[in-house]
Design a protein around this ligand. Structure first.
Ligand SMILES: [Zn+2]
Length: 279
């Protein structure tokens, strides 16, 4: 249950491009979570596939009856990069062909945590760049404190790749401009609702063209700090996406309706979503 004060319906259908719904925190009440997303007008979710077990459960989830449309990405997160093996590469190549898999990723580089060595991270990332180029699926990219290497590696592959999104962008102006120059898309989360660390993003979000901006919760992580009521357990969920849209729209100087419509249109095109979905 969400407190009444947190119930907020988007003025137009939204696509949450980053939902980690296979996270254990959703196991007990997933149906309710999906219902609440629907009530909030978040009508399509792109689940985030970060490693084999998560991708397999995401694909199962996509097959169930759901009040919102479900799709997934499939990739190996940089935290898991040391698990990249020839066997995994084969499995990924076949998973990438699944019709519910709308993007390769999340993949990329994370020098903030360094859970896998940087050598392993680059190796796994390079292999996934190659897979995206080969399959011509879009890329769902993760980058923390690794903008320079990220730009470098993407540059080398750019001509062979289709669309790519830097999800949960948290970097500085120079990095953002580097990504935009490479014709990348940008995914924004509730990070900029965080007055302690998201401040710099507030002046930057205006510089992202509407046709390259998408929105996401990255739930259960990154509960926005601008919510008007406390949430027990502090678990983030797709139904809260309209609060993030509201904040981004405010700093872009546009209406929530405009941003809802443009981000959904961008997501539809980016992930090649079926036209029959009402998002
Ligand atoms: Zn990420």
């Amino acid at each position: 249950m969400l407190p009444d004060a947190l119930t907020f319906t988007a003025p137009a259908p939204l696509v949450d491009i980053g939902a980690n719904l296979t996270h254990e925190s959703f196991a007990a009440d997933l149906d309710a979570v999906l219902e609440r997303a629907r009530s909030a007008n978040v009508t399509t979710l792109i689940l985030t596939g970060t490693e084999r077990a998560a991708i397999e459960s995401a694909l199962e989830l996509c097959e169930r009856d759901s009040p919102v449309a479900l799709h997934t990405t499939a990739g190996l997160h940089p935290h898991h990069a040391s698990e990249w093996t020839p066997a995994f590469a084969d499995w990924m190549a076949s998973a990438a062909q699944h019709q519910r898999v709308k993007a390769i990723g999340e993949c990329g580089l994370d020098y903030n945590r360094d859970f896998s060595s940087r050598i392993d991270q680059k190796r796994a990332f390079e292999a996934q760049l190659e897979l995206a180029a080969r399959t011509q699926k879009p890329l769902f990219l993760h980058e923390r404190d690794a903008g320079v290497d990220m730009l470098d590696m993407i540059k080398q592959w750019r001509d062979d790749l289709g669309d790519a999104v830097i999800h949960c962008f948290t970097g500085e102006k120079e990095t953002l401009y580097g990504y935009l120059d490479l014709d990348l898309h940008i995914g924004l989360t509730g990070w900029l609702c965080d007055e302690r660390r998201g401040h710099h993003l507030r002046s930057l979000v205006r510089d992202i063209p509407a046709n390259r901006l998408m929105v996401e919760t990255d739930c259960p992580y990154l509960l926005p700090r601008n919510l008007p009521a406390k949430l027990k357990g502090r678990r983030h969920e797709p139904a809260l996406l309209p609060w993030i849209v509201r904040e981004i729209a405010h700093y872009r100087g546009e209406s929530e309706h405009e941003l809802s419509v443009s981000s959904t249109e961008t997501a539809r095109r980016f992930f090649n979503l079926p036209l029959t979905e009402d998002a």
